[in-house]
Design a binder for this molecule. Sequence first.
Ligand SMILES: Nc1ncnc2c1ncn2[C@@H]1O[C@H](COP(=O)(O)OP(=O)(O)O[C@H]2O[C@H](CO)[C@@H](O)[C@H](O)[C@H]2O)[C@@H](O)[C@H]1O
Length: 515
Amino acid sequence: MTIAKPLYKTYPARRQQQRVAIAGVHRRRPEQPPSGARIDRGEKILFVTTEMRDFIKAGGLGDVSASLPRALTKSDDVRVLLPGYRSIVHSDRPIRIIGKTRSFHKLPSCDIGEMQTDDGLTVLVLCNEKLFDRDGSPYTDASGHEWPDNDIRFATLSHAAADIARGRAQMSWRPDLLHLNDWPCALAAHYLDGDAGDKVPTVLTIHNLAYQGVFPASTVGCVGISRRHAEHDRHGRISFLQEGLATATCLTTVSESYARQITEPAYGCGLDALLRKRAAEGRLVGIVNGIDTSWNAQRDPALVAPFSIGGWGQRAINTRELRTEMGLRQQDGPLFAVISRMVQQKGVDLICEAAPQMIAAGGQLALIGRGDPSIERAIARLERRFPGRVAAHVGFEEGLARRMFAGADFLLMPSRYEPCGLSQMYAQAYGCLPLAHATGGLIDTIEDGVTGLLFREASVCELRSCLQRAFRIFAEPLLLNAMRGAAMLEKHGWDGPGRQYASLYHRMLLRKAAA
Ligand SMILES: Nc1ncnc2c1ncn2[C@@H]1O[C@H](COP(=O)(O)OP(=O)(O)O[C@H]2O[C@H](CO)[C@@H](O)[C@H](O)[C@H]2O)[C@@H](O)[C@H]1O
């Protein structure tokens, strides 16, 4: 571990404190009336995640993990558990060691550190230099190859979360409920599944069902799981997500439409039967994501000319500046933007196919993203073919993304599927109209013809006709500005979703108390 020494402080009285804390937990439970009871605010929630925008982000999970726990602190005592990645343990924030997990099968023991963000959120850091202190993304090395020991890395995280929940991590704080996110944390539900009586309830949120954490059969023994819940034969392989979906107390996903879609074969990624079963038990819920308050066109320091509804002249300055920044020609037609991970899910290949016609009609295209090298190459070809009319930035840069939302007229999101999507909500907040495939959370967050445009099928043909609609709207400034205003008036904050999650936690804890 390469954290500077002074940051390490052992907890001299931690065993003593643990005994007191555990005694406290046992004392507190019988005080809850057995049924119809009111659970006091301030439940202890451990939010387990592998990304958090404050430190490391690979996609939308990083945004959600930075915002939702903060929204939840209004009603509950929430702490975030993250792996001790290089960007965390080498940040200049002090980390104090407050606990330790035990080894289990091939999973090593880890220290548990604690740090505070500037706004006072407590982050627990699972410290293990060998597993987490590396360059690259949470899941891949710097060249994009998955780490070969991801099964051990994330089973260790899951097992640590379960140990903390059981009060076996030598900590004075013990959560009432675990909130797990996606496959890397899913095994925590499995590890807790065998516990009787005082079993800590688990919520598992599906941010993207297509990523399932599938590993060879040999992983089963290494991570100490029993496979008893695997219902589909995966040629001897094991899916961390499937194990979690079968054993979590409650499942959520990030929009109501996606919650319905994943129970169907077309979107169920092979897990639809299991999800139908969980939905029939009343244990699959859709809660639409929010966006945080930094997405405010009037106050965003990244913008050249901040603006509010009606300030379309100011907004036009952002458009002009964006064209200059990206090397696009100054012209009068609509400017379309793409701000996305470049993966098959996002339908960027459809945009590449539709682009020549859109450019011939007087449109321009600005893209930012990175991902699949073949998609990046296709975009580079388009840029070479249409200089001044297509401009792409390969990389991840939030400031530029914000200027693109503020300057572009339309955001293209022809996603083949989209659990929720955040970019369309960022776009709306900046008066940029999303033009999207009607799927998942895009259905739940875009009102067709009012706050954006929707098309029914993720095909080039449908995208083309939707682009024609966009051109017609662009040609009518009154309609365009009315739609921009309607989009900017949308309230996509985290207060509503935060309350929905808090109410779900409290219902689960009431059920547990009543059982
Ligand atoms: N190159 C770049 N530079 C700057 N910013 C960039 C960028 N590429 C992407 N972004 C930003 O990264 C985020 C991506 O979030 P999304 O929700 O759109 O997608 P993702 O598929 O990663 O998330 C999954 O989880 C989230 C969270 O639940 C779900 O909303 C979603 O549907 C699901 O697929 C957005 O904030 C976007 O603006």
